[in-house]
Structure formats: C-alpha cells, structure tokens
Ligand binder design. Sequence first.
Ligand code: SF4
Length: 202
Amino acid sequence: MKSMTILYTIGDSLYVNLTNRCPCNCTFCVRHEKDSVCEGENLWLEREPSAEEVIEEFKKRNLEDYKEVVFCGYGEPLVRIDELIEVSKYIRSVSDIKIRVNSNGLADLVHGKNTAEMLKGWVDSISISLNAPSKEEYNEITKSQFGLKAFDGLLNFAKEAKKNIEDVQFSVVDCITEDQIERSRKISEELQIPLRVRKMIE
Ligand code: SF4
C-alpha cells in the first residue's frame, strides 16, 4: 500500500519524506521491515511530491510547534537536492527553525558534482551514515549501487560538508561489531567529524 505522507512528526521534530529512491540497499534498513517509523503513517509514496506540494504541506503547519525540520523519509533526500533546497529556501523565508538532513553521503556520486557546497546556507546540520570503517565492509553492509567507489565518495562528501555546513556528524548503527565501531571512530577523529552510534530500529 502507498500513500502521500509528505510531512510526519517524531517527538518535536518535523520530518520531510521527499523520495523513496536510494542508491543503497542496507542490510539493516528499516524499509525491509515496516512501512512506517512514525505512528501509522505509511512512508511509501504513491509518487514523489513536487517542491510546491511540499511547501503547501508546510503552510498547514505552525513551525513554532517544532524544534527542527529533518529531511529524511523512506529514501535518500539528497537524491532530490534541488527540491530540498527549494523547500529549505521557503522554510528560511518564514522561520529560523533548524534544518537538518539525514543522508547516506552519496549525493556527489548520484549527481556527479560537489553537492555539499550547494547546501551552504540552506542546511544547518547534516548527519551522514558512515556505516563502516572500510570500502569493502561498507559495500557489504550497504550494497551500494556504486560498489567500491561509494565509500571514498562518502568521505569526500563529508569533507566538503564540513566546509559548507555548520554541524556535521557521522553515524554508524550498533549492528556492526565493536571493532568496526572503533575503527569507524578513528576515521571520524581523523576527519574531525563526531561519530554517533545509533541503535538499530527494531
Ligand atoms: S541509505 Fe538509508 S534509506 Fe537507503 S537503504 Fe540504507 S538505510 Fe535504507
């Protein structure tokens, strides 16, 4: 079953579901297990909403009710970076609410250009899924369509994000081993990007 759930809330964050497309097929992806991460809202889209449709949904909300807007959803939001920026521009025109993106960090490979610099001024914070400490292990976990190129693409994106976005974080999911988490931590220290260890969603 599909729906048109464009905005949804988790706690006091307002989430945006721009797309179901993603260049990965992570072993731990919540999309394998369920249709929703919020109460009853099906996040499989009938079709991708236009930026105008997303903005219309924002107009129905009072942004003062939320502490942040998060581009996340059931896919990789930066696959639709142009629409994401257009929506962020609208948000910025009406509010100074914090804007965060949860990303797999592969947008440069998807679009064939430096995408982090496009986000400058429109995004306050980005969380990038590091997922693993090496290109081989990354590939095993994410089954990225970019194969062994993916991990270096992600690291380059993260370095550029650090130059263009105020708050950049890496994350790994705690389904990997302690040793993999420690080696991921070393990469995060080298790049001076903090690492968050996320609990796997049951
Ligand atoms: S990058 Fe995110 S949305 Fe894509 S498969 Fe992995 S966990 Fe799922």
